[in-house]
Design a protein around this ligand. Structure first.
Ligand code: FO1
Length: 312
């Protein structure tokens, strides 16, 4: 792994930025390091939502309405499962199921998640390297005010992240090992990008894998983060609510505080331009740009800006 641009990634927001990056930088020179703490086992199948969202988006195959799953999907397996009273709150489309069947089969044969991910990405014709942050099992666990601790997908999908959260932890992170070559890649990269993903439950688990945060801190001057908070709100998902519930200011300043040890630069949206000085007073250089990606053209524009601010 010797790519000059390395991106720490969650799901939908990261996938959009990566779709821009592959348009403005040689894909073979890009590495995406993806969160796996959303992974879950359902029906005995290993599901890796963020890895699949990145692969499907870059392959141009993602469902544009949801940002996850495949476009033009059918749901016959879920309908059939419903007859038995099986688990259908987490919707696995008929074609998407093939990915989980393949991954589970290969893991059962002893392949590691990085190897299986490389096989899946190659099968979709992708040139950039996509790796899970770790081959070990890590899982975000969410403590809710009413029900105690529950699994991430139970919180995110089943409860539609519509419950009060008092704590978040990443089970397994303390004993996890970074994917082989990852720490070396962070040390060798010219630019490291933190994608506009949820800082608590997407980028947080990536940084918690032992070795990753110190490796990022050592490269702080070369790290550019893109704020997932725009105008005090998350573009998608519960980042805003989670930040508030866990005691962080829900603004670009709050994001800067969360990343100040690992990123020298934060890109914020134009609507937050009035907060640029406050970001800088946290000790993080601030770049103001249009960060909302409506399509691949605006994603490419943002990717160009991110790479340019890394060049100084
Ligand atoms: N998100 C939902 O809101 N509902 C679903 O039924 C759902 C199914 C699903 C299946 C495969 C997959 O890769 C992702 C899926 N997601 C679903 C999205 C996903 O769980 C979350 O967006 C991420 O974990 C958060 O990044």
């Amino acid at each position: 792994m010797t790519q000059s641009v390395v991106t720490l990634a969650g799901g939908v927001g990261a996938a959009k930025l990566l779709a821009g990056l592959v348009r403005v930088h040689p894909p073979g020179d890009l590495l995406a390091v993806v969160n796996t703490a959303d992974d879950t086992v359902l029906h005995g199948l290993h599901v890796s939502p963020d890895l699949d969202t990145v692969v499907y988006t870059l392959a141009g195959a993602v469902n544009p309405d949801t940002g996850w799953g495949l476009a033009g999907e059918t749901w016959q397996a879920m309908d059939a499962l419903d007859r038995y009273g099986g688990i259908t709150w987490f919707r696995l489309g008929d074609r998407d199921l093939a990915t989980h069947l393949y991954r589970t089969h290969r893991l059962g044969q002893g392949a590691d998640l990085a190897a299986v991910t490389a096989e899946i990405a190659a099968a979709w014709g992708l040139e950039l390297a996509i790796v899970p942050v770790t081959n070990d099992r890590i899982e975000t666990r969410v403590t809710t005010a009413d029900e105690g601790e529950i699994g991430f997908q139970d919180y995110f999908v089943r409860r539609r992240h519509n419950v009060a959260v008092t704590a978040v932890r990443v089970a397994g992170s303390q004993t996890a090992h970074p994917t082989p070559g990852l720490i070396e890649s962070l040390a060798a990269a010219r630019t490291i990008v933190i994608a506009p993903s949820n800082p608590i439950v997407s980028i947080g688990p990536v940084l918690e894998v032992p070795g990753v945060r110190p490796a990022m801190a050592a490269r702080r001057d070369s790290v550019v983060a893109v704020s997932p908070i725009v105008g005090g709100a998350a573009l998608k998902g519960p980042a805003d609510r989670l930040m508030r519930e866990l005691g962080h200011e829900c603004s670009v300043v709050g994001v800067a505080r969360l990343y100040r040890d690992v990123a020298a630069t934060l890109v914020i949206d134009e609507v937050d331009a009035h907060l640029a000085d406050d970001v800088e007073s946290v000790g993080v250089s601030c770049v103001v740009a249009p960060t909302v990606m409506h399509g691949v053209e605006s994603a490419a524009d943002l990717a160009r800006i991110v790479l340019k601010c890394a060049d100084g």
